[in-house]
Design a protein around this ligand. Sequence first.
Ligand code: NAP
Length: 308
Amino acid sequence: MSVQFDRIALIGIGLIGSSLAYDIRRLGLTKEIVVATRSADTLKRAEELGLGDRYTTSSADAVRDADLIIVSVPVGASESVAKEIAGSLKPGAIVTDVGSTKASVIAQMQPHMPDNVHFIPGHPLAGTEKSGPDAGFPGLFEGRWCIFTPVAGTDEAALKRLRNFWEALGSKVDEMDAEHHDKVLAIVSHLPHIIAYNIVGTADDLETVTESEVIKYSASGFRDFTRLAASDPTMWRDVCLHNRDAILEMLARFSEDLAYLQRAIRWGEGDKIFELFTRTRAIRRSIIQAGQDVDAPDFGRPHPLDKK
Ligand code: NAP
C-alpha cells in the first residue's frame, strides 16, 4: 500500500493507539509515526514495543508538521488535548479522534481547532476489554465499522482522505450526525457495558452466594458479563458522563422492558416470555449473517474472531 500521510501523530497509545500504530506501519501508510502519551511509563513501553519512530510526552511537539493527528484518549480528556495541540497544528492537517461518544468530543474539541485544519470526529467500532499499549494488535479494525460524525462545512477532500485511511486498515466507513451516533451507541455498546458492570457488581454484593461459587459456576452465563465488566474503568466512566442523555433514555426504556419481563415471570405468562426470547434469538442470527460474530459455541475457548 502507498504512503497516505507523510507524518502521523498518535496522541494516546493505549489499545486503540497501539493497534493503529501496528497497522499504519504494516501497511506503509506513512513515512513517520510520532507517538505521544502523557506518562513516561506508557511512553517507555510504547518505545519498547517499537510502535513509533519518535516519542514524546508533549502532544504539542508531536503534532508539529504532522499531516494526520489521531487522538486516542478517554473522551473526558478531549478538551485538554485539543487545547494543548491547537497552537502547533500544521495548516491543512487532519485532526481526528476515536472516542466512543461524539457530541461531547465535538463540543470539547471543535472550539479550539484553528480554521485552517480539518477536524473530523470518528469512532472505530472495534476494541476489546483490555487497555494500554500491550493490548494493541494488528488487524483490530479489519472488517469493522468506523463511523465519522463530520461537523457542518467539512472539506470533502479531507473526508475522502480520512475515509481512504480507514479503508486501508480494512474498515467499512459510515457517516452520521453526532447525536444519532450517540443514541445508536448507547443501545449497542454503552447499555450492555452498564448492565454488565451492574450485574457483576450485584453478584459481588450477594451475601448468600460466596465469591468462590460465583467464580466456580461462572460459565453458566455470568462469565460473558464479566468480560465486559472488566473493561477499562476510566474509559467507561467517561462514556457514562459524556453520553449521559442518550444513556439515561435507553436505561429508562430498558427498565420498562425489564418490568414487563418481571411481570410476565411473576404471573407465569409463558407465551410472552417465549415470544420475547424468540425475537431476540433472531437478532443473534442477523448479527452472524452480517459477519459481526461467528456461530461457534464458546465455552471459554479462544474466540475465532479474537486475534489476541
Ligand atoms: P487506553 O488503552 O486506556 O489508553 C488510553 C491512552 O490515553 C493512554 O495513552 C493514556 O496515557 C492516555 N490518557 C489517559 N488519560 C488521559 C488524560 N486525562 N489526558 C491525556 N491522555 C490520557 O484506552 P483505549 O482503549 O485505547 O481508548 C482510547 C479511546 O478510544 C477512548 O476515547 C475510547 O472511548 C475509544 N475507544 C475504545 C475502544 C475499546 O474497546 N477500548 C473502542 C473504540 C473506541 P497514559 O497511559 O500515558 O496515562
